[in-house]
Write a protein that binds this ligand. Structure first.
Ligand code: C2O
Ligand code: CU
Length: 486
């Protein structure tokens, strides 16, 4: 195995004093032997320490390191937890500004959702915050900050949470591939994360594309083996069209939610979206690559080096994951609400804004500048966050009684794609007027230009939940709202 960066925990132990038992922190680091793989941490009974701090990171062929912000000292740590088992993760803020962790796609209780001023107070520099939750669903999830996301995520602050199901034995390897572009100059310094040209269109693209923090890496995989690839798009902007060159791949889960397996024929993977593939790798010496077909010229994102003698014979058996146990929406009794995605309407003024109440009872009257912006280019339902008095929270866009079915139609009136995400729930993607997709559960859905997409879910998780576009420049310039389940 050699030395592998168990960084997120090691740094935390050194920084955090002796009180933390090191045992589980150093315990298990699976799947990390092959090159190009991410550091993995098995979640045990003790807290995983995630220290957010600046770390020099060599990217591509750049001449100097980039001042990345990471959880630990290597990009995108992967936490492996088990369904139904508690996760405790302590965020230590080693940054110069406040932060928090949002567990994207995990149906946590509201107080653990990590949205400053909506579900918790921001975690100030030098402070810590312990997130504790028992993931109700297996799957591939993603975690990231939720204020000044444009810079914090842009600098690399993100990780992956795998909640394992029981199907592990069907696969000879199970690896995570995180896609992220970096906006860096050749001297390693960051370019502006938000540009007006980008924010007003499809976003400011990165200049350097990476998988697991490396440009076009070669990643080891066993030859002739059943492999599960968990793809995470952690980019703030780019939509990729995922393909596998060299093997027939099957889609087995979307945003962590198992699907009835279907053949991969390109899958549009927008920011924050995940897709899981199962495939049989070729024999040693064969070619296998991860490609993006979105651009006219396909781009090879990563190649795989096939190792050893073939592990399996015959064809890849159909490996269906245990189905998700999500409550079925009751469309007959739901009233559909249309949400128009548009360029900004005139700023709305709300009289007498009621303060939001955090799950711990604190009342929030004002936001700070890291969580609000005065630039409003986009709107959901004609409203922009955060309105004219931008330090105020807008009122909820939608309200649902607990247990009520939410039936929403996104209507994209713009010429740009919007990956729409909502917190605290997984929703069923029922129909779309343009992009063909099987009915599936998701937490983020692409709404193509001029497209209408209908989703539904049972609003069964009480609290105040965000709903926004996951192109971070759109989110940061108004395409953000929240809804209440009471
Ligand atoms: Cu991935 Cu509201 O976020
Ligand atoms: Cu958008």
């Amino acid at each position: 195995m050699g030395r592998h960066p168990l960084a997120p925990t090691r740094r935390a132990v050194l920084a955090g004093g002796g009180a933390l038992a090191a045992t589980s922190l150093f315990g298990c680091n699976r799947n990390s032997a092959g090159s190009g793989r991410l550091a993995e941490i098995a979640v045990g009974p003790e807290a995983v320490m995630l220290e957010a701090a600046e770390q020099p990171l060599m990217l591509g062929g750049n001449g100097a390191p980039t001042p990345a912000w990471l959880y630990g000292n290597s990009p995108f740590p992967v936490l492996r937890a088990k369904v139904g088992q508690q996760v405790e993760a302590t965020l230590i803020n080693g940054l110069r500004e406040h932060t928090s962790i949002h567990w994207h796609g995990v149906r946590v209780a509201n107080g653990m959702d990590g949205v400053p001023y909506v579900t918790q107070m921001p975690v100030l520099p030098g402070e810590r915050f312990s997130y504790r939750f028992t993931p109700p669903d297996a799957g591939t999830f993603f975690f990231h900050p939720h204020c000044n996301t444009i810079e914090q995520l842009g600098r690399g602050l993100a990780g992956v949470l795998i909640v394992e199901d029981v199907s592990g034995r069907a696969f000879d390897a199970d690896i995570v591939l995180v896609l992220k572009d970096w906006r860096v100059a050749e001297n390693g310094s960051f370019l502006p994360f938000l540009t007006l040209e980008g924010a007003g269109r499809s976003g400011s693209y990165g200049t350097l594309r990476t998988v697991n923090g490396r440009t076009a890496p070669t990643i080891d995989l066993p030859a002739g083996a059943n492999v599960r690839l968990r793809l995470v798009n952690a980019d703030s902007t780019r939509v990729s069209d995922i393909g596998i060159d060299g093997a027939a791949a099957t889609v087995i889960a979307v945003d962590g939610n198992p699907v009835l397996p279907f053949a991969l024929e390109g899958w549009r993977l927008g920011p924050a979206m995940r897709v899981e593939l199962s495939l049989r790798t070729p024999a040693a010496g064969g070619k296998l690559a991860l490609v993006d077909y979105f651009a006219p010229q396909p781009v090879t994102l990563a190649s795989f080096a096939l190792q050893g003698t073939a592990r399996r014979r015959g064809d890849l058996p159909a490996i269906a994951l245990p189905p998700a146990t999500l409550p079925e929406p009751d469309l007959a009794r739901a009233q559909m609400r249309q949400l128009r995605l548009s360029a900004t309407a005139a700023a709305t003024d709300y009289a007498d804004l009621a303060p939001i109440v955090l799950p711990d009872g604190r009342r929030i009257e004002l936001l700070d500048s890291l969580c609000s912006t005065s630039r409003t280019l986009w709107a959901v339902d004609g409203k922009t966050w955060p309105q004219s008095g931008h330090e105020h929270l807008p009122p909820p866009l939608l309200e649902f009684a607990r247990g009520e079915t939410a039936h929403i139609e996104f209507v994209n009136t713009t010429p740009h794609i919007h990956p729409m995400h909502l917190h605290g729930h997984s929703f069923k993607v029922l129909s779309a007027s343009k992009l063909q997709r099987p009915v599936h559960w998701a937490d983020t859905v692409l709404v193509m230009p001029e497209e209408r997409v209908q989703i539904a879910f049972v609003a069964d998780n009480p609290g105040n939940w965000m709903l926004h576009c996951h192109i971070i420049e759109h989110q940061d310039t108004g395409m953000m709202a929240w809804f209440r389940v009471a």
